[in-house]
Write a protein that binds this ligand. Structure first.
Ligand code: PMP
Length: 426
């Protein structure tokens, strides 16, 4: 697949050389890289991307779940443009931030108050900060492999290869505890040992980057009970999973956290994050009466807020139900395709999020998910060469412009790509 890829993407190849001269790795986002080089995208419309090489790709990556309405949805483009034309940022609040905050509070009952930031990273960082300020504790409990962005605290235990991430102070590691996913007994032990020192327990209701694995509802209920017993805020990272239900994955799985982190599509495609939850916890951020600080030049940027409003209004219950139905269809289809091939293909996920795994093992956690990710790059390229784009490590998700026809194309492409894959990658 590599030779085919090189010959169909000569312009991307030379753009990559140019890029790598001025940016280490040719981009400023490590996850976009794959061998031999990533292709450059010129534009996107609906569920299709146009590359600089003139190819059209069906987009099953959607900027890692951000483009839930597909690319350049007219209502969002119009709302953002209209707002930007009236000024691009003021050192003063705007009505758009109030309106977007009201929508989040309305959709997610656990969120009584909310604050805006510029990325999912900032959202989890400030949720954790709020929990620390509220409890007076400094120990963070997270899931092994759980990905919550790129600030120091959450970059502990995120590399399945065991590679140490340098540049993170060792004393940060000392105050981050990890516990295995979907293991209620280990969680009970963690709380029995350290429960009274914990500032928060942070997890995704469906592990995104770490395998596309939904949490067992019983595990979430155990988490809810233990955190409540110890007065520890339970933080859901719904940066990716908010798309799973009108009120996020917490509504879908029926468990109520104390704080929630948001990101991705809630800014209509502009940089965004948000964190919110119980009013008594969020009040630590009150500028005069609170004890914690949160500020930022671009927080609640008016155009971002306008894009978020237009996006949330379009992503109603019916749209989410339809996306989730398409996801069920895709996963069932992948299992049928897998049954027809010798390659050990598995699929995980829920709703409109899925992950393919080239592994024989049942995927239950971070380690078993990591087992097939390296091998996946060949399959990724084979699919990419046939016009279907997804994450090089196997993650995918759906957008509202997609129909059954695009899911069929995905499955046919997967079938053909597996046919073309040498036996050695199984
Ligand atoms: N939390 C989760 C669950 C994520 O998937 C991501 C990013 N993919 C983040 C946090 C960080 O968001 P951002 O990249 O906007 O900083």
């Amino acid at each position: 697949p590599v030779e085919h890829y090189r010959s169909s993407t000569p312009k991307s190849g030379s753009l990559y050389e140019r890029a790598a001269a001025v940016m280490p790795g040719g981009d400023t986002r490590s996850v976009t890289y794959h061998d031999p080089y990533p292709s450059f995208v010129a534009s996107g419309s609906g569920c299709r991307l146009r590359t600089e090489d003139g190819e059209t790709l069906l987009d099953f990556l959607n900027n890692y779940t951000q483009s839930v309405l597909g690319h350049a949805p007219p209502a969002v483009v119009e709302a953002v443009t209209e707002r930007f034309e009236r000024g691009n940022g003021f050192g003063a609040p705007t009505t758009e931030a109030v309106a977007l905050a009201e929508r989040l509070v309305d959709r997610v009952p656990s969120v009584e108050q909310v604050r805006f930031a510029n990325s999912g990273t900032e959202a989890t960082m400030n949720a954790i900060r709020g929990a620390m300020a509220y409890t007076g504790n400094e120990t963070i409990l997270k899931i092994e492999g759980g990905y919550h962005g790129t600030h120091d605290t959450v970059e502990v235990a995120v590399d399945a290869t065991g590679r140490e991430h340098q540049g993170i102070p060792r004393d940060v590691e000392d105050r981050v505890l990890t516990t295995p996913f979907n293991d209620p007994e280990a969680l009970k032990e963690a709380f029995a040992t350290a429960g009274d020192d914990i500032a928060c327990f942070i997890l995704e209701p469906l592990m995104g980057v770490a395998g596309g694995l939904p949490a067992d509802e019983s595990f979430l209920h155990t988490a809810r009970d233990l955190t409540e017993d110890h007065g520890v805020p339970l933080v859901f990272d719904e940066v990716m999973t908010f798309r799973l239900g009108y009120g996020g994955a917490q509504e879908r799985y029926g468990v109520t956290p104390d704080l929630t982190a948001f990101g991705k599509f809630i800014g209509g495609g502009l940089p965004v994050g948000a964190f919110g939850g119980r009013e008594d916890i969020m009040s630590v951020f009150h500028p005069h009466e609170g004890v914690a600080d949160h500020s930022g030049t671009f927080n609640a940027n008016p155009a971002t807020m306008a894009g978020g409003i237009a996006t949330l209004d379009a992503l109603d219950e019916a749209a989410i139900t339809d996306l989730n139905r398409l996801g069920d269809r895709l996963r069932a289809g992948v299992r049928e395709v897998a049954a027809d091939h010798d390659h050990p293909l598995r699929v995980t996920g829920d709703g409109s999020m899925f992950q393919l795994h080239l592994t024989d093992e049942t995927v239950t956690d971070w380690a078993s998910s990591a087992a097939g990710t390296e091998a996946f790059e060949d399959l990724f390229l084979a699919m990419r060469n046939r016009g279907v784009f997804m994450a090089p490590r196997g993650m995918g998700n759906l957008s509202t412009p997609m129909t059954d026809a695009e899911v069929d194309t995905f499955l046919e492409t997967l079938d053909a790509a597996l046919d073309a894959l040498p036996e050695t990658s199984s």
